[in-house]
Write a protein that binds this ligand. Structure first.
Ligand SMILES: [Zn+2]
Length: 329
């Protein structure tokens, strides 16, 4: 297993052709006893190292600055977060204990997703060992999400003229309500969400394409609902960037999931989303999203499968990457 990357990367005599973004601070934030498993970030980092990636393959993110947050979030909300003056109702919706340390965690995560998207645009593919906080709205946080890292990263790329159009492919168990709301009137972003219908969030602002699943739906139902849309939505919308939220929480043993979906089906899902984009030479930035198994190890394995799917997708379609590497020199 330690030679996994080497065997793949010796394919064209190249070193690891894409970067991982990760900070050791991700798992050190203290949120007390909570279902949100910050330890998974460290565990996945260690697994990726064990697969053969070196420390040089990781980029350390910087916390997002206020100007970038303002591309999505309201000045009033940012001020409340900065001054620790969120109301008790707002704290309840967030479902996380709030502290300056937690605020920094989300600023760093948002900076991490920005870095991941920048890297994806340079090399064709990048993986954030973090990110995917799709329940955050412009003026409030919800469901463990303080800032919408994916929306901020896309708006920053658009603002800087690095992309014309982006697509969010959200395969977390939960509907991407914050992202759908943020981009609802912005025709340069296409939001896709496949999710379980009969759980949080109770209100689901429409994405450009919502695919609903129901409690008890199995692998066949899951993949049957997902696969007809790929590569069609890529071909029709023609994004310059795909941000893939590869949530591990649809898994049948996840504490929040009512679906009957296996790790193998989730790995097929990864391949459908990533490989179809690669074939069309669309850069893909991968972020993790949720995952809440009682044994964190199981969530980490599902995320690791996503990393492996990314490597395989590159191996199957290396040409586009080589081309973009040459162009960026
Ligand atoms: Zn989720």
């Amino acid at each position: 297993m330690a030679d996994f990357f080497n065997s793949v990367f010796s394919f064209l005599g190249l070193k690891l052709p894409f970067k991982f973004v990760y900070s050791n601070e991700y798992w050190m934030v203290d949120i007390g006893r909570h279902v949100f498993p910050v330890k998974k970030y460290r565990m996945l980092y260690e697994k990726v190292i064990a697969l053969g990636a070196g420390h040089k393959d990781f980029i350390e993110p910087q916390p997002v600055n206020e100007a970038d947050l303002l591309l999505v979030h309201t000045p009033k909300y940012i001020k409340k977060v900065r001054t620790g003056t969120l109301s008790s109702i707002e704290l309840q919706a967030l479902e996380l204990p709030f502290s300056p340390e937690v605020a920094r965690f989300f600023m760093l995560m948002t900076g991490g997703t920005i870095k991941t998207v920048e890297e994806a645009l340079k090399t064709g593919l990048a993986v954030h060992i973090g990110g995917g906080f799709h329940h955050a709205f412009p003026d409030h946080g919800e469901g463990f999400c303080l800032f919408n890292d994916v929306a901020v990263a896309i708006e920053k790329m658009k603002h800087e003229g690095k992309i014309n159009r982006a697509m969010v492919v959200d395969c977390d168990l939960h509907q991407g309500n914050g992202t759908a709301f943020i981009f609802s009137k912005k025709d340069y972003v296409f939001t896709f969400s496949i999710h379980q219908m009969d759980i949080y969030p109770s209100e689901k602002p429409p994405s450009n394409l919502d695919v609903g699943l129901w409690s008890g739906d199995n692998d066949e139902a899951y993949l049957g609902a997902l696969s007809p849309h790929f590569p069609r939505i890529y071909q029709e919308f023609k994004p310059d960037l795909v941000v893939y939220i590869a949530g591990a929480d649809p898994y049948r043993k996840d504490m929040l999931s009512g679906l009957d979906v296996s790790p193998e089906a989730l790995n097929k899902r990864d391949r459908i989303v990533i490989e179809n984009a690669r074939k069309l030479k669309i850069p893909v930035a991968i972020v993790l999203g949720g995952g809440y198994t009682a044994e964190i190890e199981e969530t980490v394995e599902i995320h690791l499968n996503t990393v492996k799917a990314a490597v395989r997708a590159w191996k199957r379609n290396p040409q586009s990457l080589v081309t973009s590497l040459i162009q960026s020199k």
